[in-house]
Write a protein that binds this ligand. Structure first.
Ligand SMILES: NC(=O)C1=CN([C@@H]2O[C@H](COP(=O)(O)OP(=O)(O)OC[C@H]3O[C@@H](n4cnc5c(N)ncnc54)[C@H](O)[C@@H]3O)[C@@H](O)[C@H]2O)C=CC1
Ligand SMILES: CC(C)[C@@H](O)CC[C@@H](C)[C@H]1CC[C@H]2[C@@H]3[C@H](O)CC4=CC(=O)CC[C@]4(C)[C@H]3CC[C@]12C
Length: 338
């Protein structure tokens, strides 16, 4: 059994992947990162040599995009585990305006950071520059210094200013969570209890398709039941929720339920009794009651393609897109709850 360090499960995104540094990173990842499942190469200008890389075992996805466009960055980021952000304007010759340099190097980096937070991509590697340190405008030499050597970094040129600002954004974003929950949830349901979940956008899409096809295919579809499904992973109810809550800073404590099942049944029953006793005074509606506990502890998953066979249904949103959109929704809900 290959250890996890060797199993290709990770999705990397390299911005500026067609640049001088980016190309080296792309080729080296393919040669030296055994955990790589997909390598996304994001660049304003895609190079033809990318095509030759698609013949290998790792899925190489070329994405033409602009880091100054937040939605393009977020779309490329969706489902990535690691992003290496090299895209930038290297210009100390006055080819580009200070505004453009700032827009690409600073706003572009902010867009990458925001996309990480939105999509739950937890690891960002940023290519900074020695110019962030110096030489400064006073011409002070920096002789064989290191990261801790004191030096007065004072810049006026657009490029070093942009790199210094971008690096500061990245450093400040370290440890940032999409959501300030920062809380802990305690596992109540065994991870082995699978529960079927479907992204709401795919549920809506199936409804649209049924309504559209029903008239033409009444003989086949009339009176039929169709399970709704997509590529959402089979997980326990709580583990599935963590796909969206982990990127928002929540942690699920315990590989196994922390309380024995009989105690959960007792607590659920007490909740039901309390609800009954309090009903004349107040509506007490706890999450844990005998019904919800039974549901959460009963495996219920589907595997079917009847909807595809009968009316051509295919999920509109991939798992990665569904996950990203749900994380964004959770974050928006948290923002409105403040
Ligand atoms: N070349 C050097 O000596 C040094 C470079 N760096 C940094 O390394 C990074 C990469 O630099 P190089 O590979 O040398 O430059 P490069 O110009 O060869 O590569 C930059 C890549 O970013 C892409 N890009 C530019 N604007 C973009 C945008 N708006 N959206 C998407 N992609 C965009 C370009 O198409 C290009 O492929 C830059 O962040 C630079 O500041 C840092 C230190 C030294
Ligand atoms: C307190 C813990 C035991 C916690 O894990 C309880 C989770 C519980 C609130 C949910 C577990 C299963 C959910 C239901 C399931 O997804 C099926 C459903 C289908 C519907 O049509 C409506 C929602 C629901 C009943 C859903 C409700 C929440 C759960 C019971």
């Amino acid at each position: 059994m290959a250890d996890s360090a060797q199993v290709p499960t990770l999705v990397y995104l390299v911005t500026g992947g067609c640049g001088f540094l980016g190309e080296h990173i792309v080729r080296m990842l393919l040669e030296r990162e055994p955990r790589l499942r997909e390598l996304r190469v994001f660049d304003l200008h895609l190079s033809s040599w990318l095509e030759e890389l698609k013949a290998g075992p790792v899925q190489v996805t070329a994405i033409q995009g602009d880091v100054t466009q937040a939605h393009e960055v977020a779309a490329a980021m969706s489902g990535s585990h690691v992003v290496i952000h090299t895209a930038g304007l290297v210009d100390v010759f006055g080819k580009a305006s200070p505004k453009t340099i700032h827009k690409v190097n600073v706003q572009g980096t902010q867009n990458v950071i925001d996309a990480c937070v939105q999509t739950g991509t937890q690891y960002l590697v940023y290519t900074s520059s020695m110019e962030v340190v110096g030489p400064n405008i006073k011409g002070h030499p920096f002789y064989r210094g290191n990261e801790d050597t004191p030096y007065e970094a004072v810049h006026s040129h657009p490029y070093p200013c942009s790199k210094a600002l971008a690096e500061q954004l990245v450093l400040e974003a370290n440890g940032r969570k999409g959501l300030r929950f920062g809380g802990r949830l305690f596992r109540a349901v065994p991870a082995s209890v699978e529960h079927g979940r479907v992204y709401v956008g795919n549920v809506a899409w199936m409804h649209i398709l049924v309504a559209r096809e029903l008239e033409q295919r009444a003989a086949l579809m009339g009176g039929q039941v169709y399970f709704c499904y997509d590529k959402s992973p089979y997980k326990s109810y709580e583990d599935f929720n963590m796909e969206f809550l982990s990127p928002c800073g929540l942690r699920l404590i315990g590989a196994h339920p922390l309380l024995p099942y009989w105690l959960l049944v007792l607590l659920a029953t007490l909740n039901a009794l309390l609800q009954w006793l309090l009903r004349p005074l107040v509506l007490y509606t706890p999450l844990l009651n005998p019904y919800t506990l039974a549901m959460a502890n009963t495996t219920f998953t589907v595997s079917t393609n009847k909807a595809q066979r009968h009316f051509g249904y295919k999920p509109l949103f991939s798992w990665e897109e569904s996950r990203t959109r749900t994380i964004q929704w959770v974050q928006a809900m948290e923002g409105s709850a403040r």
